[in-house]
Write a protein that binds this ligand. Structure first.
Ligand code: HEC
Length: 211
């Protein structure tokens, strides 16, 4: 009899405790019967820790540590250099020469480079017209025409002379797309009628064009 009463009382307490939690707001901290390891002392960002000689609780990564997925050991892709350390003259493996790549390069070039280098690459962009101290060279001068593609990637990544590097703003994939577009600009200025593909030539002639 006593046992049954105890059980009924216990059930009542549990039921009321459960009901009490539903929808009621309380300023008290929640009941936390089993603390387990939920509350432990720990160091917060920028806090002191005298255990280390430099007193920094935030530990710098061990020298040479590489974050996951950041190894970047593909020199041709990430640095524009081949195994011999020389600049590559072409797109690295994995970057296909497609219309989409050129469209991307065209768009990025007009955003990041044309303000100085001009959409055509002759170097009279609007910033230069407003009096930028050192005008950039034209991409169409023989010295730059002869540069390997990796050189353009390298200049975007590290800058050159008074030109700032664009590695922070322009991700690697876009740097290759821009480099390819610079090459398109260069080729465009020395193209001849012989470079026009036969089918396009037929179309041009059919439309009354005068190539
Ligand atoms: C703020 C103006 C400015 C912008 C923007 C700019 N450049 Fe330049 N660029 C220059 C100047 C100035 C030089 C010449 C630097 C020198 O020789 O001191 C230069 C030089 C170059 C050269 C030739 C390097 C050589 O050997 O003479 C290349 C290639 C080049 N830039 C590519 C780019 C590309 C690609 C972009 C866009 C991602 C870009 N630049 C954005 C100003 C700019």
């Amino acid at each position: 009899m006593t046992r049954r009463l105890t059980i009924t009382a216990a059930l009542l307490v549990l039921a009321s405790a459960g009901a009490g939690c539903r929808g009621n707001k309380s300023a008290e901290p929640p009941i936390h019967p089993n603390w387990n390891m939920d509350d432990q002392s720990y160091f917060q960002g920028q806090e002191d820790n005298d255990w280390f000689p430099d007193h920094r609780a935030m530990r710098p990564p061990v020298a040479g540590a590489v974050a996951q997925g950041q190894l970047h050991d593909d020199d041709a892709y990430y640095r524009g250099r081949g195994a011999d350390g020389r600049l590559v003259d072409g797109l690295p493996d994995g970057v296909e020469l497609t219309q989409a790549l050129l469209d991307r390069g065209h768009a990025r070039f007009n955003i990041y480079c044309a303000p100085c280098h001009e959409k055509s690459g002759y170097g009279h962009g609007v910033i230069i017209q407003r009096g930028f101290a050192v005008p950039p060279p034209s991409y169409h001068e023989p010295r730059l025409q002869a540069m390997p593609l990796g050189y353009i990637f390298d200049v975007i990544s590290h800058g050159k002379g008074t030109m700032r590097p664009y590695a922070v703003q322009v991700p690697v994939a876009d740097r290759w797309a821009i480099a390819a577009w610079v090459r398109v600009l260069q080729v465009s200025q020395r193209a001849t009628v012989a470079d026009v593909p036969a089918d396009v030539m037929t179309q041009l002639k059919a439309s009354g064009g005068n190539p």
